[in-house]
Write a protein that binds this ligand. Structure first.
Ligand code: NZQ
Ligand code: ZN
Length: 386
């Protein structure tokens, strides 16, 4: 196991009425001016907005609304939020939504305290922000686990990049399954697949020998597979929903990453596909995962074989290590079809005449996985996904 330091800054309030029980006390720790951030209006339709604004009013806050945060949030939207926060002397940000709102606010929080442009600050000057407006997250769409980390995935439209920026950790995250029950089933499935992807991208990072983080990870992956099946069979199943929400947080709360490097190469490919097509994150991942793993399986056959037997229950009898490994990928492929997710770019519905080489060349190459891809490898994987 690699050396590590572990501590975690995000306090989680999980369960029914979590906002009603805890939000007022959290808000009392901060100043009067609150930036209430949300997306395109689902929270107004499902009553979450009314519940939260009642609490905000009761605690005497001045609320400034930052609305219309889109899926795959843009850098321009970050700047809009930062301007609003500065102009209104905002003391606290309450982000209400899925990964997009939650990510956008991490960077709003940092940018509003920074004199310079945060993209240049992080990418050109290689600096990390240190001052932030404190924040809380209310999760209404789960899967990304974005509420648990300080990375944000932001689309810089002009630069054609969808990249990570580093901002603040949330002081707290409210995870009430009831707040997610109006999510469209497609998003429930896509979010859950994203969680599974985070687990896999962590599992297939070095070192590949047995370790506690990976054994916990196997349990989380099995849980996501089981509970997603239960959720599809019964969309109202609160127990399955609760398990999926906590699995999503587990994927990104650092526990599965203890003592390990991670891969996240599939994410880097998906992010650039997203930069060019604005595709749904979980669906972009499902369209590439199997092809990516088939491309690298021989470099990590031992670990892929473990994944096959321990996560998918592949019977190893009479099979070589590589055959077991490939049977695991067959199971992943069958699962993607079973849950109705796209398994290639055609099914994802993106045009075929994209500048594939340009996209491949723009993908960040990671170093912690088994593949150690080049940009030519990325292009070859894209070809197999078309
Ligand atoms: O905008 P509204 O009206 O709220 O609609 C949203 C949006 O259309 C809707 N929604 C959310 N809660 C709902 C609801 N609809 C009905 N009822 C509810 N309760 O769901 C749609 C999708 O929301 P979005 O936040 O875009 O989805 P998701 O949570 O999948 O987030 C995707 C973003 O997160 C990034 C992705 O790249 C993408 O930009 N990621 C962030 C990560 C992180 N910071 O750790 C990790 C991930 O790998 C990912 O890259
Ligand atoms: Zn993801």
């Amino acid at each position: 196991m690699n050396a590590f330091t572990y501590s975690y800054p995000v306090k989680v309030y999980f369960g029914e009425k979590a906002a009603e029980k805890n939000l007022a006390a959290e808000l009392a720790k901060h100043g009067k001016n609150v930036l209430l951030a949300y997306g395109s209006g689902s929270i107004k339709r499902n009553g979450v907005y009314d519940e939260l604004t009642t609490i905000l009013k009761a605690t005497g806050k001045n609320v400034v609304e930052f609305t219309g945060v889109m899926s795959n949030p843009t850098y321009a939207k970050v700047q809009e939020g930062a301007k609003l926060a500065r102009e209104n002397d905002v003391d606290f940000i309450l982000a209400v939504g899925g990964g997009s709102v939650i990510d956008c606010c991490k960077i709003v929080s940092a940018q509003s305290k920074l004199g310079s442009d945060i993209w240049d600050y992080e990418y050109a000057e290689h600096q990390q922000p240190t001052e932030f407006i404190p924040m809380g997250a209310v999760v209404t769409a789960f899967g990304t686990g974005a509420e648990m980390n300080n990375g944000a995935v932001i689309t810089h439209t002009e630069k054609k990049l969808k990249s990570a920026l580093w901002g603040a950790f949330y002081d707290f995250a409210i995870l009430d399954p009831a707040y997610t029950m109006t999510m469209p089933m497609k998003q429930v499935i896509s979010g859950s697949f994203d969680t599974l992807s985070h687990c896999m991208e962590t599992y297939f990072g070095s070192p590949r020998e047995d370790n506690l983080s990976d054994e916990i990870n196997e349990a989380v992956m099995r849980s996501v597979i089981k509970n997603l099946r239960a959720q599809i069979a019964n969309p109202d199943d609160r127990s399955a929903r609760s398990e999926l929400i906590w699995a999503a947080a587990m994927g990104e709360n650092g526990i599965l990453k203890i003592g390990k490097a991670t891969d996240f190469q599939c994410h880097m490919m998906e992010h650039q596909l997203g930069a060019y097509t604005d595709c749904n994150h979980g669906m972009g991942l499902s369209a590439m995962h199997v092809q990516y793993y088939r491309y690298i399986v021989e470099k990590g056959a031992d670990k892929f074989a473990k994944y096959a037997t321990r996560v998918w229950g592949v019977d190893p009898t009479g099979k070589s290590e590589l055959e077991i490994a490939n049977a695991g990928l067959d199971a992943l492929e069958a699962f993607i079809k079973e849950i109705g997710m796209p398994s290639n770019f055609r099914e994802l519905g993106i045009p075929d005449d994209l500048p594939w080489k340009e996209i491949a060349d723009s993908v960040t190459l990671t170093s912690g996985g088994y593949g150690h891809l080049t940009h030519e490898d990325v292009l070859a994987i894209f070809e197999q996904c078309r």
